[in-house]
Design a protein around this ligand. Structure first.
Ligand code: SF4
Length: 416
């Protein structure tokens, strides 16, 4: 201590380092695919140690996972933020080692089914089509012109409500459609299962703990049991056997979903059971739907949303028509179609995508206007319903008195 500083001097103190500074991983957004280790120099020793053989013999696989993740984000999380909540700067993503949302330290290891879903969902900016600004008005005008003459058959003061199930039914066996129309809707295990699984998916997106399917299914059941809606009322009154079956089937479907889908990041804007609605012809025609899962969003006139229906059981052509119906409502609603429609079959881990084009939408307009015509004729015009035997005969209320249905089943379901 000098003579100058002695009267005012302070004892020397040092500041101890009590925590490691935040380490960051720097990764290019647009890496060259061939060659090179994207993960070289990763600062996560556990990840480095966990898969040495893969890093050594298959550098391209690591590159592919990373490219898919980034392209997924560029598809459904547009803008400047990186997919892990970091920031981008001139094509470089600066990613924190620890994800601020879920606490993971690296991109998750995806199994082949999850990787296949991610590959299907991802799209670069070039793969996201732009649609004309007047598309919504064009579709509305085409649809209203086609259905107006049919709606003239509605009784005064009545409107027509169309959802995907009603539209599919009127394009199938019309006699069954009319029989189902007069039956009051009843909740049952198969119809309740979808709501429980979708609620579990919704909870999983925002769950901060490790996702354990039985826990989330129980939480979903509990949420609905305390709900005042129809499903809540049914759950509170159903038998213990029905509740056990519902839990078991929901758990099976939700576990398969968790096995087959990559974890959905909040930044991808996942929404479950999203309701869609469009009113036409002064409110006389109402189109409505509820989508299982949506991801992403449109920006300007550029498509970005993916609409997904999660399915148990086998694939049917009507599933594609259902999704096209949703795409039409979405376009009438916001003016930009979804980028991709997809049915996902959980039992098979099978993804069936369809890109949306103007032709797709016009096909949906034609199917809808035909359906509206038959709905009005059957419900209000006294038209004789046709009978089209097929798999639905099995659960048709008219089966016991329907010769066509019984002949079909004896020929195809119970061949001698
Ligand atoms: S049994 Fe089959 S053919 Fe007969 S009304 Fe029902 S669905 Fe139609």
């Amino acid at each position: 201590m000098s003579a100058t500083t002695a009267p005012h001097g302070r004892p020397l103190t040092t500041t101890a380092i009590v925590a490691e500074p935040l380490r960051r991983r720097i990764e290019r957004c647009t890496p060259a695919r061939p060659g090179g280790y994207l993960k070289v120099g990763t600062s996560n020793p556990r990840r480095r140690a966990a898969r040495p053989s893969e890093r050594a013999v298959s550098p391209k696989r690591a590159a592919n996972v990373s490219v898919a993740l980034l392209s997924m984000d560029s598809s459904i999380h547009e803008g400047c933020d990186s997919h892990d909540g970091g920031v981008t700067d001139g094509g470089w993503a600066i990613l924190p080692d620890v994800d601020p949302i879920d606490g993971t330290t690296a991109a998750p290891d995806l199994n082949p089914a999850q990787q296949a879903v991610l590959d299907q969902l991802g799209a670069t900016a070039d793969e996201r089509p732009e649609f004309a600004a007047d598309l919504r008005h064009h579709l509305r005008a085409a649809l209203e012109t086609a259905v107006e003459p049919h709606l003239d058959g509605l009784p005064a003061g009545e409107d027509l409500f169309v959802h995907k199930h009603r539209l599919a039914q009127v394009h199938g066996c019309e006699a069954k459609f009319l029989a189902d129309e007069v039956e009051e809707f009843e909740w049952r295990v198969p119809t309740a299962r979808g709501s429980i699984v979708h609620k579990a998916v919704e909870l999983a997106v925002n769950w901060r703990l490790e996702v354990e399917p039985p826990v989330l299914v129980d939480e979903a059941l509990a949420r609905y049991e305390s709900d005042q809606g129809g499903l809540g009322h049914w759950l509170r009154g159903c038998s213990e056997v029905e509740r056990a079956e519902l839990r078991s089937e929901s758990l099976d479907a939700f576990t398969k979903y968790m096995e087959c889908w990559p974890p959905l990041k909040p930044a991808w804007r996942p929404v479950t059971e999203s309701r869609l609605r469009a009113e036409l012809c002064g409110g006389r025609l109402i189109l409505a739907g509820k989508v299982d899962l949506t991801l992403g969003r449109a920006t300007g006139q550029r498509a970005g949303k993916v609409i997904v229906d999660l399915k148990t059981g086998s694939s049917l052509p009507v599933h594609r028509e259902d999704l096209r119906f949703y795409a039409l409502i979405e376009t009438l609603r916001i003016g930009v179609p979804p980028r991709l429609l997809a049915s996902y079959y959980l039992d098979q881990a099978h993804f069936v995508p369809e890109e949306v084009t103007e032709e797709t939408l016009m096909a949906s307009v034609a199917r809808l206007s035909d359906g509206v015509g038959r709905l009005v004729e059957l419900l209000h015009g006294g038209s004789t319903p046709n009978r089209i035997p097929g798999p639905p005969c099995r659960w048709c209320p008219l089966y016991d008195t329907c010769d066509e249905g019984q002949a079909h089943r004896s020929a195809f379901d119970d061949p001698a």
